[in-house]
Ligand binder design. Structure first.
Ligand SMILES: C[S@@+](CC[C@H](N)C(=O)[O-])C[C@H]1O[C@@H](n2cnc3c(N)ncnc32)[C@H](O)[C@@H]1O
Length: 206
C-alpha cells in the first residue's frame, strides 16, 4: 500500500504543471459542481479532498464557500496556494485526515479517491462521514468499473496507479458508511471518453 501511494504522490509532484495545463474547466464533470454548490449554505466550509493545483475545483468552490484543500503532493499544493490564495491548503494523506469531527459543511473530491487503494475506500468514506456536520454533503468522483489495480507506465510521462470498485459496489459502500445517496451520474472522462467516472452526491443524516 505504501509503495502504491508513494508512486502516486511522486507522480503528481512530477506532473503538476502538465496535469494543470491539460485540466478542463468547461466539461460535463465541472458542470456538476453547479448542483452541488446550489445546495451549500452561504459561507459553507468545504473540504476539497485531493485538491491538486486547486484549479478549477477549489477556485470555483471558493466563489461561494470557504475552502480547505488537502493533497499529499507538495508541488501540487504549491501551485494551489499561488493560484487560489484565499483558500487554505494542507498536506495530508486522504486516508489519514486529521480534522475534528462534524467540522465541514461539505466534502468535494474530484479524481483523487480513484488513486487510493480500493481496500481503503470504506474506511475513507467512514472518515468523511465523521468529519462532516450532520446534514453535510459529500460530492465524490468514484470509479465506474471494477479495477483492483491498474498501472499505466506513461501517464503524462510517469507511472501511475488507479484502484476502484464498480458503480454498483460504490453506491452500496456509500450507503453502508451511513451516507444517504442524493443522486449519482456516470460522466465520460474529458480526456479518455471511452472510460467513465461515477459522480455521487450523498448526505450525512441530520
Ligand atoms: C487527478 S488529480 C486531481 C486534482 C484535482 N482534484 C482536480 O480535479 O484537478 C489527483 C490528486 O489526488 C491526489 N491524491 C491521490 N491520492 C491521494 C492521497 N492518498 N492523499 C492525498 N492526496 C492524494 C494527487 O496528489 C493529485 O493531486
Amino acid at each position: 500500500m505504501e509503495d502504491h501511494k508513494r508512486l502516486v504522490r511522486q507522480g503528481y509532484n512530477a506532473i503538476a504543471n502538465d496535469y494543470l495545463a491539460a485540466r478542463t474547466a468547461e466539461s460535463a464533470d465541472i458542470k456538476l459542481l453547479d448542483d452541488f454548490m446550489a445546495q451549500l449554505p452561504a459561507g459553507a466550509l468545504v473540504l476539497d479532498a485531493g485538491c491538486g493545483a486547486g484549479v478549477p475545483i477549489s477556485r470555483i468552490l471558493q466563489n461561494k464557500s470557504r475552502v480547505v484543500g488537502v493533497d499529499f503532493a507538495e508541488t501540487q499544493l504549491g501551485l494551489a496556494r499561488r493560484l487560489v490564495p484565499d483558500a487554505s491548503f494542507v498536506c495530508q494523506d486522504l486516508t489519514a485526515l486529521g480534522f475534528a469531527p462534524n467540522c465541514f459543511d461539505a466534502i468535494c473530491s474530484y479524481y483523487a479517491i480513484i488513486h487510493v487503494p480500493r481496500q481503503e475506500h470504506e474506511a475513507l468514506f467512514w472518515r468523511f462521514r465523521h468529519i462532516l456536520k450532520p446534514g453535510g454533503l459529500a460530492f465524490l468522483c468514484l470509479g465506474a468499473n471494477d479495477l483492483a489495480m491498474d498501472m499505466n507506465d506513461d501517464y503524462f510521462g510517469v507511472p501511475m496507479h488507479w484502484s476502484h470498485y464498480d458503480a454498483k459496489t460504490n453506491l452500496a459502500l456509500i450507503e453502508k458508511c451511513g451516507l444517504h445517496l442524493v443522486w449519482s451520474r456516470l460522466i465520460p472522462d474529458s480526456h479518455w471518453p471511452h472510460s467513465s467516472h461515477l459522480f455521487v452526491l450523498a448526505q450525512k443524516p441530520s
